[in-house]
Design a binder for this molecule. Structure first.
Ligand SMILES: O=C(O)[C@H](O)[C@@H](O)[C@H](O)[C@H](O)COP(=O)(O)O
Length: 236
């Protein structure tokens, strides 16, 4: 089991300010101690305001590497691109000086593009200091989707990343082909923050935590991960 610390906030605003403060402190500390900080970022509505705020803080962004946690296999100009979202929120203002590691390249499929993505993630050369994960009502986190093609590999590989083809659902929408941090990629992070929004997803989180089949709710693989420092932030 991961070492889990849970914070249930009374509002989205409070969660945002606590998240921004945590990121500010941990990235600054990583720069102080090793001259470089690495931040893994997810899309979703939960971290948006914290990203926007953080971009306005002069953290020494030239020493920060921002890397995607997961991505749809679409170009960065696509409206569903997580990269586009990160560029429009976090990589603005002072944040524009950060180095950015994409999960998308010109290969026609995620499987064909995977080796270049893996190469780029290994080239970061340092474990992620902080990794931000989201989760949804199907129990997915990063792009570890229930019973997806590639899930088994993503859960057992020593690689940092994996190609996924999810089963289409209301949560995935029509774009099911994705790249993601593998379970190993998540587990090598020094600190993982799981963001959960709303009562429904809180119930899903509690269900995942109670145990059961990992492939049904891949979030369980993260919760079960030994030696992982996991902080859960929930807001209504
Ligand atoms: O790539 C994606 O599909 C999204 O980034 C997704 O995984 C998101 O993190 C969750 O759906 C939680 O979203 P909320 O933060 O909006 O609850």
């Amino acid at each position: 089991m991961a070492t889990i610390t849970e914070h249930f906030f009374e509002s989205k605003e409070v969660m945002t300010s606590k998240l921004a403060m945590l990121l500010e402190n941990e990235l600054s500390e990583a720069i102080r101690t090793s001259n470089q900080a690495v931040l893994g970022v997810s899309g979703g509505s939960s971290p948006k305001a914290a990203y926007e705020y953080l971009s306005t803080v002069n953290l020494g962004w030239a020493n920060i590497t921002v890397a995607m946690v997961d991505e749809r296999w679409v170009d960065a100009s696509h409206e569903k691109s997580n990269e586009a979202f990160i560029k429009a929120t976090l990589l603005q203002n002072f944040g524009a000086a950060a180095s950015f590691v994409t999960m998308k390249n010109s290969a026609p499929t995620a499987i064909l593009g995977h080796s270049d993505v893996e190469y780029a993630y290994r080239a970061i050369g340092k474990p992620f200091d902080v990794t931000i994960l989201g989760m949804d009502s199907d129990g997915h986190t990063a792009s570890l989707f229930p019973h997806a093609d590639g899930l088994e590999e993503a859960l057992k590989t020593d690689n940092l990343t994996a190609a996924i083809n999810a089963i289409e659902s209301e949560v995935t929408g029509s774009i099911t082909e994705r790249m993601t941090l593998s379970l190993n990629g998540i587990a090598t992070s020094k600190h993982v923050i799981l963001l959960i929004s709303g009562e429904d997803k809180k119930a899903v989180y509690e269900q995942a935590k109670a145990g059961g089949v990992v492939e049904d709710m891949p979030l369980r693989a993260v919760l079960n991960q030994k030696d992982l420092k996991l902080t859960v932030f929930w807001s209504p």
